[in-house]
Design a protein around this ligand. Structure first.
Ligand code: UDP
Length: 538
């Protein structure tokens, strides 16, 4: 034990010396605060001031060196939610010499990932804002391995889903409150600050009404790599395809209820001739839910955070999302967007209650559970009469909350009808062969030859070779798109061709320069890049 202590002593003096001499070193990726992640050596945190501290010395580095633009509005977003003003990261600066007058630093030896969780009590937020972004931030930087330690700085307590966060690394994640117990001045030997937003698909409506992100960069493949990791950590193994097919109804037990759940389960079982089971976050362990969903043919649930569990559905399965009265499914699409990501290979169906008779409202509940009693009478009347919640910003729109927390008696024939429009025979995981989509490369050796007939007619013979990657692929259909553009004109003539050469004579004039653009197309919609443009003079 004494050896261990002395080891710590030696490390401590070396670390302290390094801090005083070298100061803090920061190098970031990203051009703006919304896409920035920073790597630090010797970033410190004062638990008294609740501020990160950057120490200047002769060897310190700060890239980007933004000057006061670092505060406009921040150096970076600590959570994966874009540009949210409660989630900004910055540090205060001090000369390293000030360490002489400060509390003795306590060094954190683990490589640290420092970030904010956005809303750790809501399962959709847990997966979309935290778990997936943390997982892929760790994939981005190789020293963020399973021995790295997560530091959550948002200031919340563990929350109900903390066990999920623990799966991401072998070390216990630490919360802001716990840092105080470690010391007054913490110094992270090596740390990364910020989260990758590359996997997020939804914006919650802080500046414009909620909807899919404008530029989604994640596909089902990466989502499924993540769920595979989570299932391994949860000790849930994928069962063989031989086992019985079944439907899962994911129910809520506190609010936004399905009032005729028993009837619904019976009807689904009968219609699809499949066993139908219910799960809920209140009554099942998380691994049991994952185990059940990962082999299900269909998942049926009220709109709500629990639907993010469709992450775990097998390819080919169907998601049925039920919407209460006056809630337009097109306006709330986090789970539709997820299910329809390219490569998720899920079928998505929305059903909405359109019958006022089938809804039970709770006007007298507290406002955050959808109550409207606190509003003036006229406004209450208007909300009660309204047949659709108008688009709105997050997060406290009373009309939205009122409608979102209704209970619903599901109209069974109407629901079955909607499902049957999409699911013709049996729903369920098709053990389909890999239908991954690979794109063509450029066509090669493109050439053109012009010939002029008299003063008004000309021909352009164009030929090319197949893209290099095609000879290693089995592709159902290979086509070529050729654009012929007269030099200096904005328009062009497009052609879709099956062969590797073609002679163009329509609208080809003599003594003219044409630009010829060629690309390959696999299976109708996989468009390759254009080859270098060909210049052809008739
Ligand atoms: N929740 C639940 N059962 C309920 C109500 C809520 O499991 O009866 C969970 C829900 O899945 C989410 C969290 O509690 O993880 C917060 O629910 P809320 O209704 O606030 O959010 P929403 O589901 O509308 O996103």
């Amino acid at each position: 034990q004494s050896q261990e202590l002395s080891q710590v002593q030696i490390d401590y003096h070396a670390a302290l010396q390094a801090l005083v001499e070298d100061g803090t070193r920061m190098v970031c990726t990203g051009r703006m605060h919304t896409d920035r992640i920073c790597r630090f050596e010797s970033l410190c945190y004062s638990t008294e001031a609740e501020e990160f501290v950057y120490f200047h010395s002769n060897s310190s580095v700060m890239l980007p060196n933004l000057g006061s633009r670092r505060f406009q509005p921040a150096l970076l977003d600590l959570s994966s939610v874009e540009d949210h003003n409660t989630q900004y990261f910055n540090f205060v600066e001090l000369p390293a010499a000030a360490l002489k007058f400060m509390p003795k630093p306590v060094f954190v030896p683990d490589v640290a990932l420092i970030a904010n969780r956005f809303n750790p009590d809501n399962l959709m937020h847990v997966f979309h804002d935290d778990l997936l972004p943390i997982y892929y931030t760790m994939q981005q930087f190789s020293d963020l391995d399973l021995e790295a330690r997560l530091f959550f700085m948002e200031g919340w307590s563990e929350g109900v889903h903390f066990d999920l966060y623990k799966l991401l690394s072998n070390k216990q994640p630490l919360l802001r409150e716990q840092l105080k117990t470690l010391g007054r001045l913490l110094c992270f030997t090596k740390s990364y600050v910020g989260l990758s937003k590359i996997t997020t698909w939804y914006q919650y409506g802080f500046v414009q009404p909620q909807g899919p992100k404008a530029n989604i960069l994640v596909s089902g493949n990466e989502i499924r790599q993540f769920t595979k990791f989570m299932m391994q950590k949860l000790n849930v193994s994928l069962e063989e395809s031989s086992s019985e097919e079944y439907i899962v109804v994911f129910s809520r037990t506190i609010n936004r209820l399905i009032l005729n759940e028993a009837e619904l389960i019976l009807a689904l079982a009968q219609e699809f001739q499949m066993k139908t089971i219910t799960v809920s976050l209140e009554e099942h362990s998380f691994s049991d839910i994952v185990r059940l969903i990962s082999n299900a043919s269909m998942l049926v649930s009220m709109h709500g955070a629990q639907l993010v569990m469709s992450l775990f559905l097998p390819r080919g399965a169907t998601v049925v999302e039920l919407f209460p009265y006056a809630i337009n499914p097109e306006h709330y699409t986090p789970y539709k967007t997820l299910a329809t990501l390219p490569g998720m290979d899920l079928q998505y169906i929305a059903w909405q209650n359109t019958d006022r008779e089938d809804t039970v409202t709770y006007p007298d509940r507290p406002w955050d559970q959808g109550g409207i009693a606190h509003l003036d009478k006229a406004e209450q009347e208007r909300i009660i009469k309204s047949t659709e919640v108008p688009r709105h910003l997050c997060c406290r729109n009373p009309e939205w909350l009122f409608r979102a927390y209704q209970d619903t008696k599901v109209n069974i024939p109407s629901l079955i009808h909607v499902i049957r429009q999409t699911v013709k025979s049996k729903p369920g995981p098709k053990r389909q062969k890999w239908s991954g989509s690979l794109y063509p490369g450029k066509v090669r050796d493109a050439k053109c030859q012009a010939s002029v007939q008299g003063t008004s007619e000309a021909k352009l013979a164009v030929s090319w070779q197949i893209p290099w990657n095609l000879k290693y692929l089995k592709v159902r259909e290979v086509k070529y798109e050729v654009w012929i553009q007269e030099q200096g004109e904005n328009t062009y003539m497009p052609y879709i061709l099956s062969h590797q050469n073609h002679t163009f004579s329509e609208n080809i004039k003599p003594f003219t320069i044409y630009l010829v653009w060629i690309r390959c197309i696999f299976n109708k919609n996989l468009l390759g890049p254009f080859a270098d443009v060909l210049l052809c003079s008739t």
